[in-house]
Write a protein that binds this ligand. Structure first.
Ligand code: Z5A
Length: 215
């Protein structure tokens, strides 16, 4: 059993980077080490925030403006953070979250090209000083990620953006990684699933001094 304080872990990357696939392996590592955790995602994670997710990702005739999209991301986040993430961390339960505020910097800041200062202001309003303890960015060339994501079927509203949008998203993730080296670890997600998993597990076992390998 780990004696670390409950960790807030986020997974990030462009479409089809393999976050969901690798999240399962990460959770197996936590299980093997007797760590109590919850899995969650953004936008969403609570019933109310999942309703906002539905609004954000569905195709509608009157699609939200970029500013509306940004505000809805943070509205969902405020609810998620206050009612689920913080209570878990405060009770000693780790949180594994598929996307968080780095996705807002990447998609609304990079993809939509909204001012980063707006995002910083909303981040402070909604989160105060709360930040993830560890962020894993799964980095993959956009064409590879989109091809993987496309195999899953119909694309949602944001997935339907063009290549240039996702190139800006990826570039912003790379910038975030270079500016937050204590918090962010970038993994090459273009390799096969097992190779990415093994690299990730090695990084995590070293970081938290874990002894039990899930395999
Ligand atoms: N969004 C935003 O704009 N702003 C925000 O603040 C937040 C989010 C929080 C929903 O995110 C959308 O919200 C997202 C960003 C935006 N939009 N878009 N577009 P999401 O995380 O729910 O949805 P997603 O990014 O579309 O997830 P995804 O496509 O499912 O990606 P993934 O989880 O990284 O991939 P995966 O499901 O693990 O894998 C996809 C497929 O590839 C699957 O068939 C796997 O078997 C396969 N795969 C995975 N890894 C590999 C490797 N290594 N090799 C080969 N094949 C692989």
């Amino acid at each position: 059993m780990s004696t670390l304080k409950a960790q807030f872990i986020t997974l990030e990357g462009v479409e089809g980077a393999g976050k969901s696939t690798q999240k399962e392996a990460l959770c197996r590592l936590l299980d093997a080490n007797g760590i109590t955790y919850i899995e969650t995602r953004e936008p969403g994670g609570t019933p109310y925030a999942e309703s906002i997710r539905e609004l954000l990702l569905s195709h509608a005739d009157d699609a939200p403006s970029a500013k509306t999209e940004l505000l809805l991301m943070f509205a969902a986040r405020a609810q998620h953070l206050e009612t689920k993430i913080l209570p878990a961390l405060e009770s000693g339960v780790w949180v594994v979250c598929d996307r968080f505020t780095d996705a807002t910097y990447a998609y609304q800041g990079g993809g939509r090209q909204l001012p980063v200062d707006w995002i910083k202001t909303l981040e402070t309003l909604v989160q105060g000083m709360q930040r993830p303890d560890l962020t894993l960015i799964f980095d993959v060339p956009v064409e590879i990620g989109l091809a993987r994501a496309g195999r899953r079927g119909a694309l949602d509203r944001i997935e339907s953006e063009d290549i240039a949008f996702f190139e800006r998203v990826r570039a912003m993730y790379q910038q975030i990684a270079s500016q937050n080296t204590d918090r962010v670890v970038t993994l090459d997600a273009s390799a096969d699933v097992d190779t990415v998993t093994e690299t990730m597990i090695t990084v995590l076992m070293e970081r938290w001094n874990l002894s039990c390998h899930p395999g």
